[in-house]
Write a new protein. Structure first.
Length: 355
């Protein structure tokens, strides 16, 4: 791949590479923009087949974080880190993993606060506690370390608020009572969202790759259960992808039996063409980085001194964000994800995160 072409196409920015032989660290940090403030974004650890795959992942994810922060009206730009995990990472003892994250913290620290890291796929609050020992530029640490703990409940809260906006502005319903939502994946965020929806009066159908987990959530909430392969084709009001990205494909769109898609998963559309196909069928798509921003909002609140009430208030405002996207999508006759990108780009260009 041509790295500078990639950076130019995505509107970059900085790309930093970190290597520490003793710990085995091979990491990349993409800083898409700092126009609204220090770049914020998670650090994920996973195995990559090639370095080009890691570069592609980190640059696209960092751009997404810049847009996500702008949509959430946060005083932050967007960044992301990926740690290229060795194939045998799962066999590593705890002290060896800790050495890796200490080295990663030193790498982040060398960026002098232009990038603030937090947890993401494959990393945890305890990993961030280790990172905290070698840099102050980290959020999402455990509560006893001064952090806000698990952000999943805030991500779920924001998704529920977005679904409420859809119920009102797309379905014409003042609340969620009686709406049937099919939740794909009831892991950390999906389980919290399912509880939020059940308490609001929704009928639920769920799935999960973990049989024990899905049965436990189904028993707790009185939800119907279907196989993973069937969840997206359930006849319902709203499909809510809360598992891995790329669940929505062009081949799937004709099989959908819902009026809206709104979930917590990142990168739900496999390709841009999927968004066009959804709009052509009259299915509203809530852009993932707009509706799932509650976790980021909560973590970012730590930057100025954590206040749970402020984090909740800002997360509740995701309702207004989704309502604005719906309104502009109708007025401008454009796909919701296109409108969301426009809003984010307008705010970044203006250099302001306030309303």
């Amino acid at each position: 791949m041509n790295i500078f072409d990639t950076l130019s196409n995505l509107g970059y920015g900085e790309l930093h590479l970190g290597h520490d032989a003793p710990s085995g660290l091979r990491a990349l940090v993409g800083i898409h923009s700092t126009k609204l403030g220090p770049a914020i974004g998670g650090s994920r650890i996973r195995f990559y087949d090639t370095e080009a795959d890691a570069i592609d992942d980190v640059t696209r994810l960092a751009q997404g974080m810049a847009y996500k922060a702008a949509i959430a009206r946060l005083p932050h730009g967007g960044g992301k880190a990926v740690i290229m995990a060795p194939a045998d990472l799962q066999k590593w003892p705890a002290d060896k993993r800790a050495d890796l994250f200490k080295a990663f913290g030193r790498f982040v620290d060398h960026l002098d606060g232009r990038y603030i890291t937090t947890e993401d796929s494959g990393t945890s609050t305890s990993d961030m506690d280790v990172v905290r020992t070698t840099t102050k530029h980290v959020l999402g640490t455990s509560i006893d370390k001064g952090g806000s703990g698990d952000p999943s409940p805030f991500t779920a809260l924001g998704c529920r608020r977005g679904i409420e906006a859809i119920a009102n502005h797309v379905f014409g319903k003042p609340d969620l009572k009686g709406l049937h939502v099919a939740v794909q994946g009831v892991g950390h965020v999906g389980a919290h969202l399912a509880r939020e929806l059940q308490q609001a009066g929704c009928k639920l159908t769920i799935c999960d790759v973990d049989p024990a987990r899905r049965q436990a959530i189904a028993a707790e909430l009185g939800a119907a259960v279907v196989d993973v392969d069937a969840i997206l084709e359930v006849e319902c009001d709203i499909v809510s992808p809360c598992a891995l990205g790329g669940a929505l494909t062009e081949a799937l769109v004709p099989k959908l039996k819902c009026k809206a898609v709104a979930g917590a998963a990142n990168n739900q559309l496999r390709t841009p063409a999927v968004g066009k196909a959804l709009m052509a069928r009259g299915i509203f798509y809530a852009p993932d980085y707009a509706i799932n921003g509650g976790g980021l909002i909560n973590v970012a609140e730590e930057f100025a001194g954590y206040n749970a009430a402020n984090a909740r208030k800002k997360t509740m405002a995701i309702y207004d964000t989704i309502a604005e996207i719906i309104d502009r999508s109708k007025r401008e006759k454009a796909q919701p994800e296109v409108i969301t990108d426009r809003i984010a780009e307008e705010r970044i260009a203006a250099g302001t995160h306030t309303s």
